[in-house]
Design a protein around this ligand. Structure first.
Ligand code: UDP
Ligand code: MG
Length: 356
């Protein structure tokens, strides 16, 4: 436990002798890009000093993606495939990949070639310098519409104000994590997995590398504005209780005004009698308060819904098939610089690959 909680650069891995790298790739309907993606990634991994595994997580693709992945598994001994039982969404797919990744360093990368695999050697260098987390900051978002950019900016600003943690802007899921950072992430039991928030929550020595985010190589994005809105809602409700507070303060304020006004009316009626004016005031007040109450109830409902999901304690994901890499990551002869066994014990994931 101490290993995870002591955030010291000196305690990070010093992978001088030999190291292993896991690359986690969530895949959902990416048949158009997969072959090209794998070609580019494999070329990069051929050039690095350490041993590598590629953990593809098939997130319930409905295209020929799984067949393609099985082919890659046959032709490349570094390839592992986790076939989820259905589409669980990218956050869960990444979690499944991280749960199975056994490298001293783990890189999470999109399959659509928006995150260039050619950046991996630079990320490894930053990790070797002693950083547990290497964030990739997008220098340009050239391909994205101004509306998407503006909404993203507004979201990060809102998160920054309301949240308890700072979520770096212009940083996606493309990043490198050390074994102990991954072990830390495995200890999060929550079902609402706002990965950007979780990544930020764990802390550890961290550095950033800037890169140019390419456009999608082929296929199309799975994000539409409705999904993005829900994603933002997930982020805010997972990491901030400020909306609940706003709801209660608004209620308090309105009640205060209502009491003062009520007192005024009572006194006025007692002194001057009541000639029955004020019908519009009544209607306006009823509508206003009704709206306010519904809004507050809605906010409470959002949190309640998430509690409902959490208390059910359902498994995060189900795996229907697991293809272990033909050439598993081996611990270097000299012994790893960090106690990988201890890191994994922390993670409490007994046996990464089921025995075949
Ligand atoms: N993805 C996934 N499950 C999903 C949606 C997406 O595993 O339900 C994967 C997808 O295959 C890709 C990555 O997540 O590798 C990013 O998806 P996408 O390109 O659609 O998102 P964007 O780059 O537009 O944010
Ligand atoms: Mg993409």
């Amino acid at each position: 436990m101490a290993a995870v909680n002591s955030g010291h650069a000196s305690a990070a891995v010093s992978p001088a002798a030999g190291y292993s790298l896991s690359v986690v790739v969530p895949v959902y309907n990416e048949e158009a890009v997969l072959p090209e993606f794998h070609r580019r990634l494999a070329a990069v991994l051929d050039g690095i000093a350490g041993t590598a595994e590629i953990v593809y997580v098939n997130d319930g693709s409905t295209d020929a993606g799984m067949a393609l992945l099985a082919d890659l598994h046959r032709s490349d001994p570094r390839v592992a495939v986790i076939d989820l039982s259905r589409n669980f969404g990218k956050e869960i797919a990444m979690t499944a990949g991280l749960d199975h990744a056994g490298g001293d360093a783990v890189v999470v990368i999109d399959a659509d070639l928006q995150d260039p695999p050619e950046m991996i050697p630079a990320m490894l260098r930053a990790w070797q310098e002693g950083h547990d987390v290497v964030l990739m900051r997008r220098r340009s978002r050239a391909q994205e519409s101004w509306l998407k950019k503006a909404t993203a900016r507004a979201f990060y600003r809102a998160m920054g104000r309301m949240g308890t943690i700072d979520i770096p802007e212009d940083v996606g899921d493309f990043r490198l994590l050390s074994a102990r950072a991954v072990a830390a992430l495995r200890r999060f039991p929550e079902r609402s997995r706002f990965m950007k928030g979780l990544f930020a929550w764990i802390g550890f020595p961290c550095t950033e590398i800037e890169y140019d985010r390419d456009g999608r190589h082929a296929g199309e994005t799975k994000w539409n504005y409705w999904r993005l809105w829900n994603f933002a809602l997930e982020g805010i409700t997972s990491f901030s209780v400020v909306p609940l507070k706003i709801a209660s303060y608004m209620g308090f304020l309105v009640a205060l005004v209502a009491f003062a006004r009520g007192g005024y009316f009572i006194v006025k009626t007692l002194v001057y009698g009541d000639p029955v004016p004020g019908f519009p005031t009544l209607v306006v007040l009823v509508l206003f308060l009704g709206g306010l109450q519904l809004m507050a109830l809605g906010v409470i409902g959002e949190y309640l819904a998430r509690m409902f999901i959490e208390v059910k304690q359902r498994p995060l994901y189900l795996v229907q098939r697991c293809l272990a890499p033909a050439q598993p990551l081996t611990v270097p002869a000299a012994g790893p610089a960090i106690d990988i066994a201890a890191a994994h014990a922390l993670a409490a994931t007994p046996g990464r690959w089921p025995s075949r």
